[in-house]
Design a protein around this ligand. Sequence first.
Ligand SMILES: *Cc1c(COP(=O)(O)O)cnc(C)c1O
Length: 462
Amino acid sequence: MRYLSTRGGVAPVGFADAVMMGLGTDGGLLVPETIPRVAPETLRAWARLDFADLATEVLALYVGDALPRADLAALVQRAYASFAHPEVTPVVSAAGRHWLELFHGPTAAFKDVALQLLGNLFEYLLVRDGGCLNILGATSGDTGSAAIYGVRGKAGIQIFILHPKGRVSPVQERQMTTVLDANVHNIAVAGTFDDAQRLVKTLFNDLPFKTARQLGAVNSINWARILAQTVYYFYAWGRLSGGDPSTRASFAVPTGNFGDIFAGYLARRMGLPVGRLIIATNRNDILTRFVATGRYRAGAVYQTLSPAMDIQVASNFERYLYYLHDEDPGAVRALFASMEQKGEIAVDAGRLERVQADFTASAVSDADCLAAIRAVHAAAGYIICPHTAVAAQAAVAHPDAVILATAHPAKFNEAVIAAIGHPAPPPPCLEGLLEREYRCAELPADPAALRAFIEQTLAAGG
Ligand SMILES: *Cc1c(COP(=O)(O)O)cnc(C)c1O
């Protein structure tokens, strides 16, 4: 399988290069040359597989000869052995609905499903092909810890994660800083999240430094992350349908960067019988407005109770625009030129009809999010996180849609307490967190200081 850029400016590359490249060198996102189709009899057989075996089957379609099958299977097994639930992503029933629990990984949020796989893939490719990777990123909370857990102790990889000092929750901070592996470097920056993000951008824009120090990112546009997320749509369908290809399943997805919902779209294009795909947004409703009007225009970013979805521009959305324009990179380039010039992307009436056939979308207020947490708890004693609650509320008119439960409620106890008056009990991975040993460097919001810190750390052997 070969990979192309949505903007047409990257010579076709294999799976390994696509994974290591992340963002296309032309600014586009990598997509497979063709989307493989899964036949109904294969779907039937896959419905009997456990999560790791299913993941191996799905990934094998995209990996081609980049990895021997046995190596791929071993790597996938290792990635999902870190999950606390034997089913990895179980489907549970409560309050008259199905919930696809994606939060049984080591940081109790759904990004673990992709980042546990990505960390193992990076290590495999670096050890096999030689080389090293120094990951640099800034986090306002959740992604940093999932990335750290994805690569802790991995050969050939160092990770530097910046967070704004005193501005992430104590639990989020300790989830990162209590990982004591020698290749993990947490940095508390004196400043805001934007200051930390600016430092990272400054270093990435310093091309000689970036190249010499093999700097890389683990952002949500990596194709391997999308693939890992596609697996649980197949898994949930298998559990609910028993493998009967005439049964369709709908999904409601708490959406920020459009990675998770795009994985559902990909699963449908592969042949999975998917009914409705419901994009659930909070007050940051750029995607909901797009599905209603065909116009994609960024507004202000609002802080909400579902912070992982407080996003203005959804980075994976470009992949959908590429398929909406029948895989024409010239059309995608024109759309993003329009975004630069007019601050807006608009699609014609014919395409809007297709968008509305592909997705349903709904924006949910904080008040309705809290009401959803309360209602589910009252009906079943089941506690959901505020992101999951946004999806539940967005899907009220679709009672048979599976709700993607993207975080453990105990990670967002402020909202849980506001809704039901008491916190959710912590899962084992969060128990006693604040009492554990931790390690963290502190730096001013100064690119020269960060550059020097990275140089010194790498010179000292990581
Ligand atoms: C990242 C995240 C989301 C949004 O997922 P996208 O792939 O960015 O759309 C939803 N819920 C939680 C808890 C998250 O961490």
